[in-house]
Design a protein around this ligand. Structure first.
Ligand SMILES: [Zn+2]
Length: 179
């Protein structure tokens, strides 16, 4: 179950990416495998843990750059990384270095930004992955189709903007780019 390599959990906001990441890391804990978890410094919501929207949390270390993970992961067998789209560079190289050292690296992040653009390092990670887990939310415009896009409802045009209330999950048909 935790063979070496890169696993990417991706999809829009509200699709349960962090829930799936925490679920997998919890199984690694049960299997008594050494686990280390990281989150980017840019995600300012909590400093010492990652949490899913359904209230499950797991301890995490905040890092400013992916390279900071290398010395901290020496003894780990499973490495979890949440909100990976917040890392602008360096993560694919670091993830593959860790994977080639025999670790399973499980990364969760948005594949598209609010303008439907490939988001930061996630497309590169998808190309390198041994396993891709595509998550879906429910579109809250039609309440019918699975959501694959994150619609920004308020705020500016900056690519990075933290805040759940400013976004809604949308299917391909209901999604509209912000203008
Ligand atoms: Zn829809």
């Amino acid at each position: 179950m935790f063979s070496p390599g890169l696993v990417v959990i991706t999809g829009p906001m509200f699709s349960g990416k962090s829930t799936e990441l925490i679920r997998r890391l919890t199984i690694a804990n049960i299997a008594k495998l050494p686990v280390v978890v990281y989150k980017p410094a840019r995600d300012t919501r909590t400093a010492t843990q990652i949490c899913s929207r359904d209230g499950c949390c797991i301890a995490a270390t905040t890092v400013a750059h992916p390279r900071d993970m290398l010395p901290l992961s020496a003894d780990a067998r499973v490495v979890g990384i949440d909100e990976a789209h917040f890392f602008e560079d360096g993560l694919p190289e670091v993830a593959m270095t860790l994977a080639r050292a025999g670790k399973q690296v499980i990364v969760a992040g948005l594949n598209l930004d609010f303008q439907e653009r490939p988001f930061a390092c996630i497309p590169a990670l998808l190309a390198l992955a041994e396993e891709i887990v595509q998550m879906h939310a429910l579109c809250t415009a039609c309440y019918e189709r699975p959501a694959t896009r994150s619609q920004r409802l308020a705020g500016g045009m900056e690519q990075y903007q933290v805040g759940d209330s400013e976004y809604a999950p949308r299917c391909l048909v209901c999604y509209r780019p912000t203008t």
